[in-house]
Ligand binder design. Structure first.
Ligand code: ZN
Length: 140
């Protein structure tokens, strides 16, 4: 069995950003040489997510609007108890929990075995600093 590990680094210009990382994950699959197996892609930070959905600008804004309605950014400790620690990212922890930590995608004949329109996204909820995504591939 082959095993491959790589960290992808991101520093988004905005506090919240949604980045299509499908090409980068495909590059990892190529590098790994795995033809049949699985790839795990997970955010290594508790204020960011990795998820699979459509790369459509309206939908990206819909996700962001939905998350802001659910857990709006508010640095005050009155809104989020987590901010009593001196942090301002209580909202980002909640957003990450809603959008998830990781995805697993099958690799078939050396390619990501997606359904129609599926793309892998890195969602940042507390950006403007360097953060990592782990790509782990196993197979043969
Ligand atoms: Zn925090």
């Amino acid at each position: 069995m082959k095993s491959f590990r790589k960290e992808l680094w991101f520093q988004t210009p905005n506090r919240r950003d949604y980045i299509n990382i499908t090409r980068q994950v495909e590059e990892c699959v190529r590098e790994s040489g795995v033809r049949e197996g699985m790839v795990l892609v997970n955010a290594m930070h508790i204020t960011a997510s990795v998820y699979v959905n459509d790369d459509e600008s309206g939908l990206l804004q819909d996700f962001d609007d939905f998350l802001e309605r659910l857990a709006p950014f508010d640095a005050s400790p009155q809104k989020y108890r987590h901010n009593r620690t001196g942090e301002d990212n209580g909202d980002a922890h909640v957003k990450r929990q809603v959008m998830g930590r990781e995805v697993v995608v099958a690799i078939t004949e050396g390619k990501l075995d997606f359904g129609p329109w599926e793309q892998i996204f890195y969602a940042e909820f507390d950006g403007k600093r360097r953060k990592r995504v782990l790509v782990k591939i196993i197979g043969e």
